[in-house]
Design a protein around this ligand. Structure first.
Ligand SMILES: [Zn+2]
Length: 87
């Protein structure tokens, strides 16, 4: 295994978690980055699984992750008969 296999393809983090593996052991694994949560299967193409082949425009830096906008919360359900009609 080369060095780049142990790095997250997207953010180069070194803590990679083993999520699951193939029913027949040793065929593939699903791995996830502990920092940016990128997840991939080891049998996907190099551009999805290797830092040195991952498309540059999709790479993240720790700064990118720190300044990423918060994912908006799901608002509470509107009760029937309340709220403005929008349709
Ligand atoms: Zn990552």
């Amino acid at each position: 295994m080369s060095d780049t296999m142990s790095l997250c393809p997207r953010c180069a983090h070194e803590t990679i978690e083993h999520i699951t593996g193939s029913p027949v052991p040793g065929v593939w694994e699903v791995l996830q980055c502990g920092r940016c949560l990128y997840m991939w299967r080891t049998t996907e193409p190099a551009r999805r699984t290797r830092r040195d082949a991952y498309p540059e425009e999709f790479m993240l830096t720790p700064e990118d992750i720190g300044t990423a906008p918060e994912v908006p919360a799901v608002p509470p359900l509107r009760l029937p008969g309340t709220g403005a009609a929008t349709r």
